[in-house]
Design a protein around this ligand. Structure first.
Ligand SMILES: NC(=O)c1ccc[n+]([C@@H]2O[C@H](COP(=O)([O-])OP(=O)(O)OC[C@H]3O[C@@H](n4cnc5c(N)ncnc54)[C@H](OP(=O)(O)O)[C@@H]3O)[C@@H](O)[C@H]2O)c1
Length: 253
C-alpha cells in the first residue's frame, strides 16, 4: 500500500491570495483535496471557490483585502495570524498590463508592481516575521511566471515584477530556511485563465504559443494546484528557494 501522508495537508490552514478565480481557485481546490483548510484573501466574492472547497469536505474562510494596498493586506494577514496561525501562505494574486515598451505608462508600471511585487514581499515579510516570533515553521509559495526567466513582449512591468518574485523568493529562502520556513515559487506556463484571455483570443499568438508547448496543450489551474500542494506539504521539506516550472515543457525547449 502506498503512503501518501507526505503529500497531505490534513489539519493545515493555508491562505491563498486571489483565490476567487483562475490559478488561485485551482490552488484552493487542490489544498482542499489534500485535506487543508483554505483562507481566501482578495477583493472579490469567493462563493464559487467556497463551494469547490466545501465539496471536498474541507473548510473555507474568505477574508477581504485589496492587495494593491500593501498596508491593508498586511493588516489583514496579521489579524489572521493572531486569530489562528497559518501553516502556509500562497502569494498568487497578480495582474498584467499590455502595451509596447515605448508607450508604457507609469500607471501601468506602478499598478502591476504594487500587486505582483510590493504586496507579495510585504505579505511574505509579515508572515515570516510572525512565524519567527512564534518559533513556528512556515511555508510560502509565490506564483512567479515564465517571465521570471524570459523577457516576454509588451508586458514590461509584468516581466520586471516576475523577475522580482524570483529574486525575492531566493533571498527569503536564504534568510529563513534555518528558521524552518520554506520559501519557494511556481512558474506556471500558459494557463487558461482571465490573465491569458487576450492571448487566447488572438488567433496568431494563440497558435504560435500552442505549437511551442511540448505537452501540446495549455495548462489548467489544477496543474498548478497540485504542484502547490507539493510545495506546502512535508514532501518538499528540504526544498528552499526553488522556482518550479509547471509549463508543459516550455522552458525545456
Ligand atoms: N494564466 C497564466 O498563464 C499565468 C502564467 C504565469 C503566471 N501567472 C500568475 O498566476 C497568478 C494568478 O493569475 P491567473 O492567471 O489566475 O489570473 P486571473 O484569473 O486574472 O486571477 C488573478 C487573481 O488575482 C486577484 N487580484 C488581482 N488584483 C488584486 C487586488 N488588487 N486585490 C486582490 N486580489 C487581486 C484577482 O482578483 P479579482 O478577480 O478580484 O481581480 C484574481 O483572483 C498571477 O500572479 C499571474 O501573474 C499566470
Amino acid at each position: 500500500m502506498s503512503d501518501l501522508s507526505a503529500f497531505s495537508l490534513d489539519g493545515k490552514r493555508i491562505a491563498v491570495t486571489g483565490a476567487n478565480t483562475g490559478i488561485g481557485q485551482g490552488i484552493a481546490a487542490a489544498i482542499a483535496r489534500a485535506g487543508g483548510t483554505v483562507i481566501g484573501i482578495g477583493r472579490s466574492a469567493m462563493d464559487e471557490t467556497a463551494r469547490l472547497v466545501e465539496a471536498e469536505g474541507a473548510s473555507f474562510l474568505s477574508a477581504k483585502a485589496d492587495i494593491a494596498d500593501s498596508g491593508a493586506a498586511v493588516s489583514l494577514l496579521n489579524e489572521l495570524m493572531a486569530f489562528a496561525p497559518l501553516d502556509g501562505l500562497v502569494n498568487n494574486a497578480g495582474i498584467i498590463r499590455r502595451a509596447d515598451a515605448i508607450d508604457f505608462t507609469e500607471d501601468d508600471w506602478d499598478d502591476v508592481m504594487d500587486v505582483n511585487l510590493r504586496s507579495m514581499f510585504f505579505l511574505c515579510q509579515a508572515y515570516g516575521r510572525k512565524c519567527i516570533e512564534m518559533k513556528r515553521p512556515g511555508r510560502i509559495v509565490n506564483i512567479a511566471s515564465l517571465l521570471s526567466f524570459q523577457g516576454g513582449i509588451r508586458v514590461a512591468s509584468y516581466t520586471a515584477s516576475k523577475h522580482g518574485v524570483l529574486g525575492i523568493t531566493r533571498l527569503l529562502a536564504n534568510e529563513w530556511a534555518a528558521s524552518g520556513i520554506n520559501v519557494n515559487a511556481i512558474a506556471p506556463g500558459y494557463i487558461e485563465t482571465n490573465n491569458t484571455e487576450a492571448l487566447r483570443n488572438d488567433p496568431g499568438r494563440s497558435k504560435a504559443i500552442l505549437e511551442r508547448i511540448p505537452a501540446g496543450r495549455w495548462g489548467v489551474s489544477d496543474d498548478i494546484g497540485d504542484a502547490a500542494v507539493f510545495l506546502l506539504a512535508r514532501a518538499s521539506n528540504y526544498m528552499h528557494g526553488v522556482i518550479l516550472p509547471v509549463d508543459g515543457g516550455w522552458l525545456a525547449r
